[in-house]
Design a protein around this ligand. Structure first.
Ligand SMILES: [Zn+2]
Length: 413
C-alpha cells in the first residue's frame, strides 16, 4: 500500500510542477498540502516495517494454555497472532513463561514452566516458516534477517527456581533470558509489590544468591512486580543492567507500587537499564487503576462467597456481571505516549521501550488494541517530535543494548 501511494503522489507532484512551470503560476501547492497527512502515515508504517520491533512482555503461552488457538492464523480472540504481528511490524515478542503464585504453595512450578517452554518450542516445530526461538541478540538479528518472528523467552516469576540455584542453569539452557524475580505474591527470592505484608523486606538470602547467579549466567534480571525494597537491594547488588519488562510510571498511578516511581526510573537509567512501558489500562491512569482494583476486590469477594474459582465459568460470569454493572474506564494510545514522554523527561530516550503485556491484560487503550498497532504508536511518537533514531531506540535498540551488556558481563565473568 504505502509504496504505490508514494509513487502516485510523486507523479502527481511531477505533473503539477510541469504544469505550473508551463503556466507560470503557483497553483500546484494544493495536492501537496492534502497529501501531507498520508505522507506522514506512510512514514510511520514504513518505519514500523523497516525497524526491528521488540516487545519485552507478551503472554501468549499462558493465554494458549487456558484456551488453545492457532496463532499462525488470524485468531478470533487474544491480542497476538502471526498476521496481526506482521501487520504491526512486530519482530521479536518475548514469550512470557508466566507461572502463577499458586504453584508456590501447591508445588509443580518448575514442571509448569517447562511445559510452557515446550509449548513455545512447539510453535517453531509447527510453523517453522513463521517463528524461531532466539537465545541472544545476535540470534534475534539473524532471525529478523530471515523474515521470521523471533521468539525470545522470559520467565515471569522466579518460583520455578524452587530454591535450587542449579535450576537457573536449567532454565538458561532451555533458552530463558530474563526472569521476573516474583509475581503477585512474595516468593523464596523476594517480596512482591502486590503483597500487603512483605516477607523478607526485600531480597531473601537465597534471592541475593539468585541475583549473583543470574549475572554469572547472563540472564537478565527483571524487576517488574517486585517491591520497592527489593528493587533498591537488587540495583545495589547487580553487576549488570536491569530491565523492567512490563512496568509503567507511578507518577500517573500514585501509590501503585507495581509501577516505577521517578527515583527508581532514574536509578535504573544510571545502572544502564531499560523500562518497557506496560500498555494495560490499569497501569496507565489513576482512574483506570481504581476501576481495576475495585473489580479485583469486588469480584474477589463474590468469588469467595460463591466458593468458585476465578477462572471457572461461574467466576467468569461474576466478572461479566461486574463489567456490565460498571462501565470500564477507557484509556487511549495518548496515555502510553504520556508515560514514554515522562520517562524521557527524567532520563532521556535511551532507557525506554515497549512491554505491552498483550495477552496478559484484559483492558487496553483505544488505538493500541493488539499487536497490529505499533505503527500507530510510532506515528504518535513522530507527532511528538521524536526523530526516527530515537524511535528505533525505543522499538528495540535500548533493550538490545541491555541484553548485549548482560551477555558481555557474563562472558567476562
Ligand atoms: Zn506481569
Amino acid at each position: 500500500m504505502p509504496q504505490p501511494a508514494r509513487r502516485s503522489f510523486a507523479s502527481i507532484a511531477l505533473l503539477a510542477t510541469l504544469f505550473s512551470m508551463a503556466a507560470g503560476c503557483g497553483g500546484a501547492s494544493d495536492p501537496a498540502a492534502t497529501s501531507a497527512g498520508s505522507e506522514r502515515e506512510d512514514a510511520a508504517v514504513l518505519l514500523a516495517r523497516s525497524t526491528l520491533i521488540m516487545d519485552t512482555h507478551v503472554d501468549v503461552p499462558y493465554r494458549l494454555d487456558e484456551k488453545w488457538a492457532d496463532i499462525s492464523q488470524r485468531t478470533d480472540d487474544g491480542h497476538f497472532d502471526y498476521p496481526r504481528a506482521k501487520a504491526g511490524g512486530l519482530d521479536a515478542p518475548f514469550m512470557s513463561i508466566y507461572v502463577p503464585a499458586s504453584y508456590q504453595t501447591e508445588g509443580g512450578a518448575k514442571d509448569y514452566a517447562d511445559s510452557l517452554i515446550d509449548m513455545v518450542e512447539g510453535f517453531v516445530e509447527k510453523w517453522p516458516d513463521k517463528y524461531a526461538i532466539a537465545r541472544s541478540p545476535a540470534q534475534v538479528q539473524e532471525i529478523y534477517g530471515r523474515g521470521l518472528i523471533a521468539l525470545p523467552m522470559g520467565m515471569e516469576n522466579g518460583a520455578p527456581v524452587e530454591g535450587d540455584l542449579a535450576n537457573l542453569q536449567h532454565f538458561f539452557d532451555r533458552g530463558v533470558r530474563y526472569i521476573t524475580l516474583t509475581h503477585s505474591e512474595n516468593n523464596a527470592i523476594c517480596d512482591s509489590s502486590y503483597a500487603d505484608e512483605k516477607l523478607h523486606q526485600g531480597l531473601s538470602p537465597f534471592g541475593r544468591a539468585v541475583v549473583a547467579e543470574m549475572n554469572r549466567l547472563g540472564i537478565m534480571i527483571d524487576i517488574s512486580h517486585v517491591s520497592d525494597d527489593t528493587f533498591w537491594q537488587v540495583i545495589e547488588l547487580t553487576e549488570a543492567p536491569l530491565i523492567a519488562s512490563h512496568s509503567s510510571a507511578r507518577k500517573f498511578t500514585p501509590d501503585f507500587e507495581r509501577n516505577m516511581n521517578d527515583e527508581m526510573i532514574k536509578a535504573l537509567a544510571e545502572n544502564g537499564g531499560v523500562i518497557g512501558i506496560n500498555f494495560g489500562s490499569a497501569f496507565l491512569t489513576a482512574a483506570a487503576r481504581e476501576y481495576s482494583s475495585n473489580m479485583w476486590s469486588t469480584v474477589g469477594a463474590w468469588v469467595e462467597e460463591a466458593g468458585v474459582e476465578w477462572n471457572s465459568p461461574e467466576g467468569q460470569a461474576l466478572r461479566s456481571k461486574f463489567y456490565s454493572e460498571n462501565p470500564p474506564v477507557q484509556t487511549t494510545l495518548g496515555d502510553v505516549v504520556d508515560h514514554i514522554n515522562h520517562v524521557v523527561s527524567l532520563v532521556g530516550v535511551d532507557h525506554v521501550g515497549f512491554g505491552s503485556d498483550y495477552d496478559g491484560v484484559s483492558s487496553l487503550p483505544l488505538g493500541l488494541e493488539d499487536v497490529s498497532k505499533y505503527p500507530d504508536l510510532i506515528r504518535a511518537l513522530q507527532d511528538e517530535g521524536y526523530s526516527d533514531e530515537d524511535i528505533v531506540k525505543m522499538c528495540s535498540g535500548n533493550f538490545m543494548r541491555v541484553w548485549e551488556a548482560v551477555e558481555r558481563i557474563a562472558a567476562e565473568g
